[in-house]
Write a new protein. Structure first.
Length: 699
């Protein structure tokens, strides 16, 4: 009944609002580039695949952009492993720990002492890693960036097309770049009076923690072979150790395709005027489909792509800040609109996304399951639940590996890994392997999907996820309560050996177990008595001097600098999550918010810390702080011209910040269960007259 009332109120509020001119909102926020800027590269993509370009509309100058937002060509399926010459096994990455649970528990960790264990940990941390599939650019020397003049480049958000115009040696080039919806392919049209050869190059992977993934000095380690060639197309086979994929290039008009070196090819148009080509990347299993296609680019395919973008913008949520008088409103709108675009092209694939998406490698291209909340919860809140459902289905594919982790450590159910890859292999980590806040995400995200009308998550996985959570919570007989220990908190400055009852995890256990019980009841199953006992008796958040602590085991939280660095995760306990009055006193949380606001070491924070702070402030009725948190002028809260959330020289983009921003914005507009009125997260003093459509409230 409560859910029905929420939906009725939501529908009524939508009807009562004048329809927003969505195309106008988008057009005033189209990124515009007028110079070669390594932090201003633009991308096109389809959620599974993305292609990032420089100011020429292609990847002409990868060297100039390597240390900015690199010119990546990456996909969900493109992965590679270096040869395992030592025959190292995942078992060799394990080390035993004793957390006082009456047994030794094996965890996959990085080793400091030389030997096979260290070699194994290093190997499985690096492998597999995501592949850069290859660059496409004009055949212009890398040192001629200054010859590119009169740059006028726009990402047309409404159509998902990058339009680029520039002058090179007195010839003008008009370039249109888009990504196909139905294939991992980029289509480009070039209009000019003097066509340049197009250069296709293919690198070997680096296997480095954070880089563009391109090693250009390893020609003998991989092969690029012409499999088939016609007057209109060519098919290349790429072989890198045990990895094979294909590249299919097709074009209109007359052109000459030639091999220049082991891994470099040119396509030289003949004549003047317009020239179009499509470059498609295919895993081996899709090769048959490639051979059945027409040889020339299909313009109807691109029309389906623009149709998708029109539907994406028309059918999802939108926020219009044009009637706000606060001078920061336009910037907040820009960040939100560009984040919507980036989430669609980078985060809507068949696997959870990595922090730097499909643009460049961070953490070897692997994804972090504790971050899936920040990346993708927003899809359900912004009217695109099907995009979240894509990657949520991945959990079922790696269930056996998650069960194996739980069983080897002596727990029931499934324990979801932290840093992993499409196969679910646990990457060894001295921090990540001890995190637990990724565990409830599946339950929480499944609930968001259900509320959005997409009940596709498997209830069995929810049960097994909750079963581990219940088994992990230890009963403290002396105090008749349940505690969480033997873990590293979301605020990653606390050691696993001594940490007891981190606040965000306590609240998340309470919230997720309640949701899991509700799922059982709706399906006609009996409630699990142990889960109800934990819900009733899980420890309240520890506090001292009217401030919540980073953990019950850290009474000196506010005296030690390291304790108020990194994520202020305590705020997520009543921000990301609904208020549980048995655990949380709102006034103590308000005191904690105010202390964090004034004293936190904000230089050590991350992009999602700002929306998390905003959501806590909103639930406490601190509306001005909620807005201010989203716009704090700090390095890790910087949003580049392309909309990417800049962190530092290593992480020039950080998609959890973008996803968190969308999550907070939806909540501040549409509210949360129990909130009152429209826009409950924005000041009601007349300066934030925010209009919106298509958003759903948070739990």
């Amino acid at each position: 009944m409560k859910q029905l009332l929420i939906l009725v109120v939501f529908a009524f509020s939508v009807v009562c609002q004048a329809k927003i001119d969505r195309q106008q909102v988008l057009s005033r926020n189209n990124p515009h580039v007028t110079r070669i800027d390594s932090l201003a590269s633009l991308s096109v993509g389809n959620g599974h695949f993305a292609f990032t370009v420089d100011a020429t509309g292609l990847q002409t100058f990868p060297d100039a952009y390597r240390n900015g937002v690199p010119l990546g060509t990456m996909s969900d399926w493109g992965w590679h492993s270096f040869p395992n010459k030592q025959q190292l096994t995942t078992q060799e990455t394990l080390r035993l720990y004793d957390f006082g649970r009456g047994r030794k528990e094996p965890y996959a960790v990085q080793m400091k002492v030389d030997g096979r264990q260290k070699d194994a940990a290093n190997y499985y941390r690096v492998n597999p890693h995501r592949l850069h599939l290859g660059t496409i650019g004009f055949a212009i020397p890398q040192n001629e960036t200054e010859e590119i003049k009169d740059i006028d480049q726009t990402l047309v958000l409404w159509d998902g097309i990058i339009k680029s115009r520039f002058n090179y040696k007195n010839a003008v080039y008009d370039v249109r770049t888009t990504c196909l919806l139905d294939a991992d392919a980029v289509m480009t049209q070039v209009e000019t009076t003097r066509q340049l050869p197009l250069l296709f190059r293919f690198p070997y992977p680096t296997g480095v923690h954070s880089d563009d993934g391109c090693r250009w000095d390893a020609d003998p380690l991989h092969t690029t072979t012409i499999v088939r060639k016609t007057g209109k197309s060519v098919l290349l086979r790429r072989v890198l150790d045990a990895t094979t994929y294909y590249v299919r290039i097709s074009w209109t008009g007359k052109a000459r395709f030639a091999q220049q070196s082991a891994h470099a090819f040119t396509l030289t148009p003949k004549g003047k005027g317009a020239f179009s080509f499509v470059c498609e990347y295919l895993p081996s299993e899709k090769l048959q489909l490639a051979s059945e296609k027409e040889d020339t680019p299909d313009l109807f395919v691109t029309s389906r792509t623009t149709d998708f973008w029109h539907r994406y913008w028309d059918e999802g949520g939108i926020i219009d800040f044009s009637k706000c008088t606060d001078p920061r409103a336009a910037e907040l709108e820009r960040r939100i609109v560009l984040s919507q675009y980036l989430m669609a092209i980078q985060d809507a694939g068949d696997t959870p996304p990595q922090e730097t998406g499909l643009t460049y490698n961070s953490w070897f291209g692997k994804f972090h399951l504790e971050m899936i909340l920040w990346h993708q919860a927003q899809f359900a809140l912004w009217g695109h639940p099907e995009l979240l459902a894509r990657s949520l289905a991945w959990y079922g594919k790696v269930e056996d590996k998650a069960r194996e982790i739980a069983q080897r450590q002596g727990f029931k159910g499934v324990r979801w890994m932290k840093m992993t890859d499409p196969e679910g292999i646990e990457a060894p980590s001295s921090v990540g392997s001890f995190l637990i806040w990724q565990q409830p995400h599946l339950i929480y995200l499944a609930e968001l999907l259900r509320r959005a009308g997409n009940e596709t998550a498997e209830s069995r996985l929810i049960d097994e996820t909750a079963e581990f959570m219940a088994d992990f919570a230890e009963y403290d007989k002396k105090n008749d309560r349940y505690v969480l220990r033997g873990c590293i908190a979301a605020q990653e400055t606390l050691p696993a050996a001594t940490t007891i009852n981190p606040p965000f995890e306590l609240s998340y256990w309470h919230c997720a177990l309640q949701i899991a019980q509700q799922w059982r009841v709706r399906q006609g199953k009996k409630r699990v008595p142990l889960w109800d006992d934990i819900i009733q008796k899980i420890s309240p958040l520890a506090h001292k001097d009217s401030l919540y602590l980073a953990a019950e085991s850290e009474p000196n939280t506010y005296q030690t600098l390291r304790m108020y660095s990194d994520h202020p995760a305590v705020l997520g306990a009543m921000g990301v999550l609904p208020l549980n009055r048995a655990q949380i006193n709102p006034e103590i949380m308000r005191n904690t918010l105010n202390w964090v606001w004034k004293n936190w070491n904000w230089d050590k924070t991350w992009g999602w810390d700002f929306p998390m702070t905003a959501m806590c402030a909103a639930r406490l009725g601190e509306r001005q702080k909620a807005v201010d948190a989203l716009l704090l002028p700090l390095r890790t809260n910087t949003y580049l011209v392309n909309g990417h959330n800049y962190q530092d020289q290593r992480l020039r983009l950080y998609l959890p910040g973008n996803g968190g921003l969308l999550m907070a914005a939806a909540m501040m507009c549409a509210g949360w269960d129990g909130s009152e009125g429209r826009n409950p997260g924005f000041p009601n003093d007349g300066t934030w007259n925010v209009e919106w459509e298509g958003l759903l409230p948070m739990p």
